[in-house]
Ligand binder design. Structure first.
Ligand code: SF4
Length: 449
């Protein structure tokens, strides 16, 4: 495939599934190429993605006010309890603080919050400028914990210090720090769900399924989580990891420290939702639970297949481009599209790992373009070349799809409707059909692909 206009350093992160179907390596899980206009967010944003859904935590952003603009509004996790997490608190560092240090301002911010609200849990994010001036954020947090006897956990996440994946890891370490005093609890029958952030209430859908098959959910990380549910997490018998990109590290450490085995799952699409429920039931080793899961998934799958059949009829033969954050979602979307008769012709992720790209290559047809950490210019070129009818991505990809005159589906954190579980399959098929088969595309003259 011609790659004119693509930076030389980017070429090894772009792959064409070859005609023979053999696998090839792809450069991934690295720092972005300078000047390539990566769509990734910064380290701090990666940490905030994972921790922000904890509903009763205070999130203090120690840095300039601009960093604090990354807040609930652009993530959309729902809550069944506290709404504290919808606020953003910032030390609003100014020039004087940069010159003389911002630690006193941070201390004052914690004191003020403790006096007014006395929360059990505060996260303090150190952003870029704090990484430069070197405030001792850990010392301030340690002292606050001693003074107030609550948890004040530092997240040293200067945006420039790595990739968004580094931010995920820092957030996982912050959760491990929170769990540390509670590690040695006796085990009870139940699971934790990791890597689901309760967008549009998705974790409630998944919790309902487990209720149906008789499996208690002890803690959710971090969608609709709170301090009390989180500290019970070490008592679970099994961890399920949905977004492996953000939470696999947490699951691995919990296995080491708390002897909780884990399973990688996905609740996107009929095939993946069914397999995940069955695997979880089997892993708990109880025949009755497994039988209930088999009956439940069989009934739900049949119901949902019937519900989406009219949409699939209208979508058969369409071509999709996918660009999402993590590998697990890209993999589920390829399977979901296959079930709907839609061919994936371009697929990429921001933070996929080598094993994710192995699986992606095994699922797609020869000729499919596979991209890691791509940018709008590359996406545009490959969408044009492959004649995709639709782009699935996040808010940053939406304008590109519309400028190209093709349909778009938001599968990122800004959306307001559930796409997970069996309910999500129907929502997804409806949305794709409405968008792809909208008469508007016939009137868009810029569609020259
Ligand atoms: S890159 Fe730095 S300054 Fe920008 S939002 Fe991230 S932490 Fe803040």
């Amino acid at each position: 495939m011609q790659t004119t206009g693509i930076l030389e350093e980017r070429k090894s992160s772009i792959l064409l599934k070859n005609r023979k179907g053999s696998r090839a390596p792809i450069t991934c899980d690295r720092a972005s190429v300078a000047g390539a206009v990566s769509q990734r967010a910064c380290v701090y944003c990666g940490a905030r993605v994972v921790l922000n859904p904890i509903t009763d935590a205070f999130h203090i952003v120690h840095g300039p006010i601009g960093c604090a603009s990354y807040t609930w509004d652009i993530r959309g996790s729902l809550t069944s309890g506290s709404t504290l997490f919808r606020n953003s608190f910032s030390t609003d560092l100014r020039e004087k603080d940069i010159v003389f240090g911002g630690a006193e301002k941070l201390k004052a911010a914690i004191d003020e919050i403790m006096e007014k609200y006395a929360p059990k849990l505060i996260f303090v994010y150190a952003t870029c400028i704090v990484g430069v001036i070197g405030d001792d954020v850990e010392a301030v947090c340690r002292q606050a914990e001693k003074t107030y006897h609550n948890r004040v956990i530092p997240v040293k996440a200067p945006g420039f210090s790595g990739t968004k994946s580094q931010g995920y890891k820092l957030a996982c370490n912050a959760i491990l720090q929170l769990l540390a005093p509670h590690e040695n609890q006796p085990k009870q029958n139940g699971i934790n769900i990791l890597g689901d952030f309760n967008l549009a209430g998705e974790i409630w859908i998944i919790q309902n399924y487990f209720r149906e098959i008789g499996v208690p959910v002890i803690s959710t990380m971090t969608g609709d989580a709170n301090y009390e549910t989180l500290i019970r997490a070490p008592s679970a018998r099994l961890n399920l990891v949905q977004c492996a990109g953000s939470s696999l590290y947490l699951a691995q450490r919990m296995e080491e420290k708390m002897e909780i085995p884990f399973l990688k799952v996905s609740f996107f699409g009929i095939e993946d939702t069914t397999n995940s429920l069955l695997q979880a039931a089997k892993a708990l080793g109880d025949k009755e639970t497994t039988a209930r899961a088999e009956a439940f998934t069989k009934e739900q799958s049949a119901k949902v297949r019937a519900a989406i059949a009219p949409y699939c009829e209208k979508l058969r033969g369409k071509r999709a481009a996918i660009y999402v954050g993590g590998g697990f979602k890209a993999i589920s979307l390829i399977r979901q599209f296959r079930e709907m008769g839609v061919e994936t012709v371009v697929v990429g992720t921001q933070t996929g790992k080598p094993e994710d790209y192995e699986t992606i290559q095994s699922l797609v047809n020869p000729g499919t373009v596979i991209l890691d950490d791509t940018n709008p210019a590359e996406l545009e070129a490959f969408i044009r070349k492959t004649h995709a009818d639709l782009l699935v991505g996040g808010v940053k990809e939406r304008p590109l799809a519309y400028k190209l005159g093709i349909a778009f589906c938001d599968h990122n954190h800004e959306r307001k409707h559930a796409l997970a579980g069996y309910e999500g399959v129907v929502n997804f098929a409806q949305e794709i059909n409405l968008s792809v088969n909208s008469p508007v595309w016939q009137a868009v003259s810029s569609r020259t692909i």
